[in-house]
Design a protein around this ligand. Structure first.
Ligand code: NAI
Length: 263
């Protein structure tokens, strides 16, 4: 547990499912004020249940619909968070999408959709949070949800890999720019995690087996394991950490092909 997160306000984008949801529930356990951003009206039931769960665990929560690709929606998100809870301390840019297409067939529409959600959406979240922190003299923390694909090339997912590679240098650049203001900006690079984005792939035993072969620790990660890294990065325990990509991947980026002395 991280006592300094008690009473802090955190916005998490794309928080109705998967990693974002696990982060929201974990910040709730830390007794933070959690602003759950969700995308689709279909996610209202889920977010209502999350609000109840967070309140039961001692935190506080509201949900705010919004599309991270829209400037006005991100501005509204910050406005609603600060109106409700008085301030903002932590911004987690988590919303992301992917789709599999051989690169020579990838439409401009699909390219733009992934880049605008995964990269531009995270930029807008960073920009608006930074603007708020600077105007209110807050030494806040920003966490961007990257991926092992900020390092590992990924055929058929060129738009996704490009977006995550972009997040790496965006995070480092902003970290450098705002370090003098003591605003910390880091990212997390999850490996293969058990969330809806992977549901179809992991339901197919052959594909699941293929993924497991890439993970030296031998299991697919749980979203709670990523949430555990997010609360640490947001807390004072990480007070001297900025510009970091924290990799949480069961060893996926350790060149598993070289295991057992091969190569
Ligand atoms: P997910 O599909 O459960 O979560 C993505 C969330 O983003 C959904 O709730 C969706 O409604 C929301 N979203 C999509 N477009 C949006 C928009 N325009 N505005 C607001 N929200 C929007 O999948 P998961 O795994 O929880 O993904 C979360 C993040 O973690 C993503 O950035 C993803 O790239 C990243 N990640 C996931 C990995 C995994 O294996 N699950 C591995 C590496 C990174």
């Amino acid at each position: 547990m991280y006592p300094d997160l008690n009473g802090k306000t955190v916005i998490i984008t794309g928080a109705a499912t998967g990693i974002g949801k696990a982060c929201a529930l974990r910040f709730g356990q830390e007794k933070a004020n959690v602003v759950i951003n969700y995308h689709s009206e279909k996610q209202v039931k889920e977010t209502d249940e999350m609000i109840n769960e967070i309140k039961k665990s001692g935190g506080n929560a509201i949900s705010v619909q919004g599309d991270v690709t829209k400037e006005d929606d991100i501005k509204q998100l910050i406005k609603k968070a600060t109106e409700e809870f008085g301030s903002l301390h932590i911004m987690i840019n988590n919303a992301g999408i992917e789709n599999e297409v051989p690169s020579h067939e990838l439409s401009l529409e699909d390219w733009n959709k992934v880049i605008s959600t995964n990269l531009t959406g995270q930029f807008l979240g960073c920009r608006e949070a930074l603007d708020y922190f600077l105007n209110h003299d807050i030494q806040g923390a920003i966490i961007n949800m990257s991926s092992v694909h900020e390092i590992i090339p990924w055929p058929h997912f060129v738009h996704y890999a490009a977006s995550k590679g972009g997040i790496k240098l965006m995070t480092q650049t902003l970290a450098l720019e705002y370090a003098p203001k003591k605003i910390r900006i880091n990212s997390i690079a999850p490996g293969a995690i058990n969330t809806p984005i992977n549901a179809e792939k992991f339901a197919d035993p052959k594909q699941r087996e293929g993924v497991l072969k890439l993970i030296p620790m031998g299991y697919i990660g749980e979203p709670e394991e990523i949430a555990a890294t997010a609360v640490w990065l947001a807390s004072n325990q990480a007070s001297y950490v900025t510009g970091l990509t924290l990799i949480a991947d069961g060893g996926m980026t350790l060149y598993p092909g070289f295991q057992a002395g091969k190569g």
